[in-house]
Design a protein around this ligand. Structure first.
Ligand SMILES: [Zn+2]
Length: 295
């Protein structure tokens, strides 16, 4: 699933192609929008809000300004091609939206969500989101407040919750937990410095927003770009131990979390799905009885 930086880059690309231009055609292949035509309207701007993309359209006659809201979900994408390009991909299967201007056409492929609402009602779609890591009004203090509001919550699950802060997916969740040296199943309360952690998240997305390939290690060499995500079974770049993977969250919202047991302290799932904790310095389990020891 694309993360906040990828969505930001998509919105930026759409904005540069469409903003200030009139739509000469619109083709919304979505059941609830099949009869809607927004051609004739000017595209005012395209912005990202967390993982949501808002394409804002000017008023059309007496009709109010509209916002075309899309979400890429698991495998969606928007691409831009020259209008009339005979080699364009707009005839491919899976197309959900085509917005055409004189020069450029934006093609939405396998979008996970598509809605059209009055711009003044955007809040209904994205108002639940926490502070947007790449938004113009990024508010680290509020992000920290929301993150620490439930100190007992699993850190990884809190990071994936877009109501806490908007833009983090499984990639940045895994990498940020690695950098904080805590497993994703650790309680939020175990963060040594929540403010520094929120700043780290912002920095990770911000440095990657112009890149197609995300890097969290500072090392651009292939295979060394990231510490944990999608590296299960491979040696950890820091300690040489084996990176592991396990589910986090509760079905059907279960997601995948990668971690290094050597570098990250805190609970980890056992084979029977029950969390466990490493031994404390006393040699006894450090937490509640429901946790069993692994070593
Ligand atoms: Zn390690």
């Amino acid at each position: 699933m694309p993360e906040g930086d990828t969505v930001w880059r998509t919105a930026d690309r759409l904005h540069r192609a469409l903003a200030g231009r009139e739509l000469l055609g619109s083709d919304l292949r979505w059941p609830s929008l099949a009869t809607v035509d927004v051609s004739g309207r000017e595209v005012l701007e395209v912005v990202a809000a967390g993982k949501h993309i808002l394409t804002r359209l000017a008023a059309g006659g007496d009709d109010p300004p509209l916002t075309l809201h899309s979400h890429l979900k698991m495998e969606g994408s928007w691409y831009v091609e020259r209008t009339g390009d005979p080699h364009g991909r707009r005839s491919a299967s899976g197309i959900r939206a085509v917005l055409t201007t004189r020069e450029w056409s934006a093609v939405g492929h396998k979008l996970g969500m598509l809605d059209l609402v009055p711009t003044e009602a955007e809040h209904d779609l994205v108002g639940h989101l926490g502070p947007d890591l790449l938004g113009p009004g990024w508010d680290p203090a509020e992000a920290q407040r929301r993150l620490t509001a439930r100190p007992e919550r699993e850190l990884g699950a809190a990071l994936l919750d877009q109501r806490v802060l908007a833009g983090v997916g499984t990639f940045y969740m895994a990498e940020a937990c690695f950098l904080a040296r805590l497993t994703p199943w650790s309680p939020v309360a175990d963060l040594a410095d929540p403010a520094a952690f929120v700043a780290l998240l912002h920095r990770l997305l911000d440095v990657n927003k112009h890149r197609a390939d995300q890097v969290t290690t500072g090392d651009l060499r292939r295979g060394r770009e990231k510490f944990a995500h999608a590296r299960s079974g491979l040696p950890c770049l820091r300690c040489g131990g084996t990176v592991r993977v396990a589910p986090i969250g509760t079905p059907p919202q279960e997601r995948t979390a990668f971690y290094c047991p050597g570098c990250q302290r805190g609970p980890t799932p056992t084979d029977d799905g029950r969390p466990q904790r490493p031994l404390g310095s006393s040699g006894r389990p450090t937490a509640a009885r429901s946790y069993r020891t692994r070593r």
